[in-house]
Design a protein around this ligand. Structure first.
Ligand code: C5P
Length: 318
């Protein structure tokens, strides 16, 4: 079981020693590659994508509760934080509540929970915030309810909730296939420094894929084993000077046709000399990779003066 980081009144010294109530951090992600290879039988798109978790966190408080009265009271959910907006439901349709209800149903668990989500990761951004929250909910409930589900079993449930949820359960940089749910962890690498901009516009993942189809965008060529090995090698040793040669995002043109902000942001990033830069996921957030933390801070302060949106400086984690 791979709990990423838990803060609790008594901080755990080992993964086994979690006391409840507890709070788990749910990171954002960035897609360093996103190749759309074709369509899957269920109408989704077949992907190959390299994703890294980054230190931009929502946090999820979880307090197990003994059996409560009515069904509606089983998960007592509240939503807070600066990332809270109309795209993030504050009721039972939130992915956190759906994840917990699904886990209760499948495990036969009769306990409830008081759950409080502090949203900081912007939604409609391609940063995976909702999926990360759902993965965090599955992990912490597995512990808090004493279910002892294996990572494989949780991961299968996670895939029912969303394509990116299994990646967040893995808690490390990974190359993901299928519709995103087949996760292969990559070797741990040196932390990478990023500047992320979230423009005012938010984008719907489904709409970006629809536009991708409308534009009849050609499928990406499947990368061979040697290319994947050399990407993995660059990631492990933080050879950011090589990243521009292999980073790409098949969804960027479709996303840019839905939001004019994306090309504006791209132009500014291109002028500033980032090691590499592109859209993350289906957007609208855009990121650049820097050679060191000082460069990230310097470029972020220039970008802030251009008023392109919310600017965030961060590092990879996991
Ligand atoms: O799986 P998730 O709920 O994150 O996907 C949101 C939407 O994005 C899906 O309903 C689908 O329209 C689109 N999608 C896709 N192919 C993928 C992942 C997502 O077409 N591999």
């Amino acid at each position: 079981m791979n709990l990423r980081q838990i803060d609790s009144p008594r901080a755990p010294t080992t993964a086994q020693a979690v006391s409840f109530p507890a709070t788990i951090l749910a990171p954002a992600k960035l897609n360093l590659t996103l190749d759309v290879l074709g369509r899957t039988n269920d109408g989704y798109h077949e992907l190959s994508t390299v994703m890294v978790p980054v230190r931009w966190f929502d946090s999820l408080y979880f307090e197990p509760l003994a059996k409560l009265g009515g069904r509606a009271g089983l998960i007592n959910f509240s939503l807070h934080g600066s990332g809270r907006n109309e795209l993030v439901p504050a009721n039972e349709s939130n992915l956190v509540v759906r994840a917990l209800q699904l886990l209760r149903e499948r495990s036969g668990c009769e306990l409830g929970a008081r759950v409080s989500l502090v949203k900081r990761i912007p939604s409609g951004a391609g940063l995976g915030g909702g999926s990360s929250d759902a993965a965090a909910a599955l992990q912490i409930a597995n512990r808090g309810w004493g279910l002892h589900w294996s990572e494989e079993r949780l991961s299968a449930l996670a895939a029912e909730l969303g394509s990116d949820v299994p990646f967040f359960l893995a808690g490390a940089a990974a190359i993901c296939g299928g519709r995103g749910e087949r996760v292969e962890r990559l070797p741990r690498g040196v932390p990478l420094n990023f500047v992320i901009v979230k423009p005012e516009d938010s984008l719907s993942t489904a709409e970006v894929y629809r536009r991708f189809d409308e534009l009849k965008t050609a499928s990406a060529v499947r990368r061979d084993k040697r290319t994947i090995a050399s990407m993995s090698c660059d990631l492990r040793c933080g050879a950011v000077g090589n990243f521009a040669a292999w980073m790409s995002n098949s969804l960027q043109t479709a996303a840019a046709s839905l939001s004019s902000w994306i090309e504006q942001v791209e132009r500014v990033f291109a002028d500033l000399g980032f090691a590499a830069h592109q859209l993350t996921g289906s957007g609208s957030a855009y990121f650049g990779i820097c050679r060191h933390a000082g460069e990230a801070r310097r470029l972020a302060s220039i970008i802030k003066s251009r008023q392109l949106g919310l600017v965030f400086v961060t590092r990879s984690c996991g």
